[in-house]
Structures are given as structure tokens and as C-alpha cells.
Design a protein around this ligand. Structure first.
Ligand code: ADP
Ligand code: MG
Length: 249
């Protein structure tokens, strides 16, 4: 089988701290994966490794046709760029450019990374802002937007790069409760046509149950359990998964 993403024996240490222990995972094109687990279990580090923001200590990551093997040395910039060109990340804290408008934020990568003309980029981006329900706000700066609106701009910006896989790291954790639903609705919409591969770290269990094809439970830098939402939420097989889910409800 030829999966879109193949992660093999991936390890990451920060100095003496082993944060990821031999992660193995294959993800098919169009799959929506929800990653759940306690704070500090390595969820963000895992996504950051996939996006090239962290350099794994060992193991390999294949996305599409490109494989990167890690051996403790710094990979070549070209290799990191190729990983980045296939993944887009949405962060908990939005991370928009404060001095650029919503439209400019979403255009930025198309113009600077992909070398598209500003005219062509702005046409493409207007459609994306529409998709996230923000056409009216295209000329607003981040400071003039609510957290939910900022996160929707960040989602449009990530989609603009047309990534093989969209990585979302707790996209609603920094939002006021009344803004969470709107952002989840946008993400839910993106999962509907089953073409965009996504990996979402989330504490929104009802949402995960609803949209995910597969749920991964991580603890202590390992994938402890993986299965359909019904399997993991309804019939968890590992004590640690049960314990984690029990304390949530
Ligand atoms: P999660 O996203 O599941 O809460 P993280 O991936 O953020 O977990 O963190 C996993 C562990 O790695 C934690 O113990 C955290 O303190 C540690 N860690 C994360 N990033 C760094 C870093 N840049 N330097 C040192 N330790 C880090
Ligand atoms: Mg995290």
C-alpha cells in the first residue's frame, strides 16, 4: 500500500528529554485524523516535525513522493522546504502577520513562496476568504478581528498553499467559548468533500468524534491507541485511553 504520509520510527528529543518515542503512522489521502491526548504528550511536537518546524532526532517522514530520513544531523534547507511545501499548519495562537490585512496575510505565501503575481494571488485569495466567511473583512488588520475571525484567516492562509496535508494544532483552544463553534464549523465544512488530508490536534471530543475518520490517542510521546471514533471513544482498549477519556466527562 502506498500511503500519502508514512512516518517510521520517528523520535524527537530536546537534549535529554525524549519527547517522541518511535512514532509509526500511515495516513491515506483524504483521511481526517484527530489526535487527542494529555498536555505534554508530544502532540504539538509531532505536528511540528511533520511541518519541518522541529528536526526529528531519528526515523523518517514520507509525504507524497518525498522521503526525509533523520540521523541527528541538520537536514538540508532544500529538504525542509520540500516538507514545508506539502504541509500547512494552523496554530493555536493564529500567528497572523500583524502589519498585513486579512487579504494580504492569505496572499503572502502565494506571492513570496510561490512567486505568483499579486493580481492572480488576490483573485485566488478572495475565493478562500469567502470560503471561511470573511469576504467582508478582507481589508481588516488582525487587531481589528475577533480571535475566531483571525483563526479563519489563518485557515484560509494555510489552504492557499494547497497543501497535501493540513495540520491544525488545537485551532480553537485560544478562543472565547462563543467563538469556538464558528471555527469548528469551517473546519467541518473542509472535511466534507473528503479530499483534503488533515491532522487535527484537538480537545473538542464531540467534534473529533464527528469529523475524524480515525482518532489517535497519544501519551508520553507514543501512539497508545488508534481506531475509528467509535472504537476509541466508545470502546477504548487501553487503560490510559480510558483514564484520559473518563476525566473529560
Ligand atoms: P502537547 O502538544 O501534547 O501538549 P508538546 O509537544 O508541546 O506536547 O510537548 C511535549 C514535551 O516536550 C513537553 O514535555 C514539553 O515541555 C517538551 N517540549 C516541547 N517543545 C520543547 C522545546 N522547544 N524545548 C524543550 N522541550 C520542549
Ligand atoms: Mg500542544
Amino acid at each position: 500500500m502506498n500511503s500519502l504520509i508514512e512516518v517510521k520510527k520517528l523520535r524527537k528529543s530536546f537534549g535529554k528529554l525524549d519527547v517522541l518515542h518511535e512514532i509509526d503512522l500511515a495516513v491515506e489521502k483524504g483521511e481526517v485524523i484527530a489526535i487527542i491526548g494529555p498536555s505534554g504528550s508530544g502532540k504539538s511536537t509531532f505536528l511540528r516535525c511533520l511541518n519541518g518546524l522541529e528536526t526529528p532526532t531519528a526515523g523518517s517522514i514520507k509525504i507524497g513522493t518525498h522521503t526525509l530520513k533523520f540521523n541527528g544531523k541538520k537536514p538540508k534547507d532544500k529538504e525542509i522546504r520540500s516538507l514545508r511545501s506539502q504541509t500547512s499548519m494552523v496554530f493555536q495562537s493564529f500567528n497572523l502577520f500583524p502589519h498585513l490585512t486579512a487579504l494580504q496575510n492569505v496572499m503572502e505565501g502565494l506571492v513570496t513562496v510561490q512567486g505568483m503575481s499579486k493580481e492572480a494571488a488576490s483573485i485566488q485569495v478572495k475565493g478562500l476568504l469567502e470560503k471561511v466567511g470573511l469576504s467582508q473583512k478582507k481589508d481588516a488588520f488582525p487587531i481589528q478581528l475577533s480571535g475566531g475571525q483571525q483563526q479563519r484567516v489563518a485557515i484560509a492562509r494555510a489552504l492557499a498553499m494547497n497543501p497535501s496535508v493540513l495540520l491544525l494544532d488545537e485551532p480553537t483552544s485560544a478562543l472565547d467559548p462563543e467563538l469556538v463553534g464558528g471555527v469548528l464549523a469551517i473546519i467541518r465544512e473542509l472535511t466534507k468533500d473528503k479530499t483534503q488530508t488533515m491532522m487535527i490536534v484537538t480537545h473538542e471530543m464531540n467534534f473529533a468524534r464527528d469529523v475524524a475518520d480515525r482518532v489517535i490517542f497519544m501519551d508520553d510521546g507514543k501512539i497508545i491507541e488508534t481506531g475509528t471514533p467509535d472504537e476509541v471513544f466508545g470502546h477504548p482498549t487501553h487503560a490510559r485511553t480510558k483514564q484520559f477519556l473518563d476525566q473529560l466527562y
